[in-house]
Design a protein around this ligand. Structure first.
Ligand code: PLP
Length: 397
């Protein structure tokens, strides 16, 4: 007799396009940092839906806000305004220390698509014709965002693209300086590269990028879709270097699990779009906005930035302290880390972690990503650290 997981997996395999492969766990429900699969097995969720479930699963504040809002008003389209979107835009501007203007979308790739259209329009107005992005960077899967994505394996087969993008090695300020001339409209960068394996740049890189863009009159677009909303122990990762971008994109953790994206333009960049230049039917829908407000309120009320910083340090220190031939070290900051391996065994580690009751993600062949909810407890971190050496040992066997 097959398990429920096996039965669902077979049906998934038959019904879906093959872009994902069949995921290894069928999750039925969650509470805090814990999820249960359809066969009743329990896991500690140390990936959080790819850094999305900031408050964990089933957080009362999120449930209450979403339930109340969906009962009152689920949708208006952009033909009508509503209070939750205004509150959210004001709140984000307040956290960033405006002056800024916001566009709300449904996802990360859409937030970047908005940023790209904005940058194209800015470029045309200033006689600038090309874009710069980083090798191994990830900005999404729509054609515009994909054109900016520095991973040939997912990009090249869908080209050519309608924009000229030049790629530079991430973290190399000299290469960036050489690539950004007066004809460059915008530079798209992640403050730490997420999909590349949680790769932080050398200190000073973002500040250098800011200077280079300002000198060339290019927009600096910070893709903080994965890095923001407390993930690194700050609201926004770019704040660590005191650098203000011209455009900021958000998604993932902002909605705590509800789909929402934001493209925020500072100063002149906030006024590039004119009437009719961009839009979305679902973007900024009241339910997702209410969810995002609950996420932001809860992070503030419960001191989750400090908590993410201290739990992240415990987790990183604990991993660093493990001595195992398969473990090279740990990268990242806050609750956004990669355990870096000495060989390409991340998929094995993901599987042995799952066997041991932990969900983690083989983000690169040699890097295991950890992005637990910001509410992860001390005891949960300890439980992962206690299990980690045996997980590595099993993966190395
Ligand atoms: C996830 C991600 C995206 C794409 O977001 P989607 O919501 O999957 O469209 C873009 N940029 C970065 C840095 C991301 O991590």
């Amino acid at each position: 007799m097959s398990t429920r997981t096996e039965a669902l997996s077979e049906r998934f395999e038959a019904a879906f396009m093959r872009n994902y492969g069949v995921p290894p766990v069928a999750i039925a429900r969650g509470e805090g940092s814990t999820v249960w699969d359809v066969d009743g097995r329990r896991y500690l969720d140390f990936i959080g839906g790819i850094a999305v479930t900031s408050l964990g699963h089933g957080h009362p504040a999120l449930v209450e806000a979403v339930s109340r809002q969906v009962a009152a008003l689920a949708h208006t389209s952009n033909l009508f305004l509503h209070e939750p979107e205004v509150l959210l835009a004001e709140r984000l501007i307040g956290l960033l220390g405006g002056p800024a203007r916001v566009f709300l979308a449904n996802s990360g790739t859409e937030a970047n698509e908005a940023a790209l259209k904005l940058a194209i329009k800015y470029g045309k107005a200033h006689g600038k014709s090309y874009f710069v992005a980083a090798e191994m960077g990830f900005h999404g899967r729509t054609l515009g965002a994909l054109a900016l994505t520095g991973k040939a394996s997912i990009r090249d087969q869908f080209g050519p693209f309608p924009i000229d993008v030049r790629f530079v090695p991430y973290g190399d300020a000299d290469a960036l300086k050489n690539a950004v001339t007066g004809d460059c409209a915008a530079v798209f960068l992640e403050p730490t590269q997420g999909e590349a394996g949680v790769v932080p740049p050398p200190e000073g890189y973002l500040a250098a990028a800011r200077e280079i863009c300002s000198a060339a009159g290019a927009l600096l677009v910070a893709d903080e879709i994965q890095s923001a909303i407390g993930r690194t122990g700050r609201w926004f990762a770019h704040q660590a270097e005191g650098v203000l971008p011209d455009v900021l994109t958000l998604a993932k953790g902002l909605g705590g699990g509800m789909p929402i994206g934001a493209c925020i333009g500072f100063g002149e960049a906030g006024t590039v779009f004119g009437l009719g230049d961009h839009g979305s039917t679902f973007g900024g829908n009241p339910v997702s906005c209410a969810a995002a407000l609950a996420v932001l309120d809860t992070i503030e009320r419960d001191g989750l930035l400090e908590h993410a910083e201290s739990m992240g340090r415990r987790l990183a220190d604990g991993i660093s302290a493990v001595s195992h031939p398969l473990l090279k070290g740990v990268r990242g900051r806050g609750l956004w880390l990669a355990a870096v391996l000495t060989s390409d065994r991340a998929a094995r580690v993901q599987a042995t972690a799952q066997e041991a009751g932990f969900l983690v993600n083989a983000v690169q062949p040699d890097a295991v990503r950890l992005a637990p909810p910001l509410v992860v407890t001390d005891a949960e971190v300890s439980s992962f650290l206690d299990a980690f050496p045996a997980i590595l040992e099993a993966a190395d066997a």
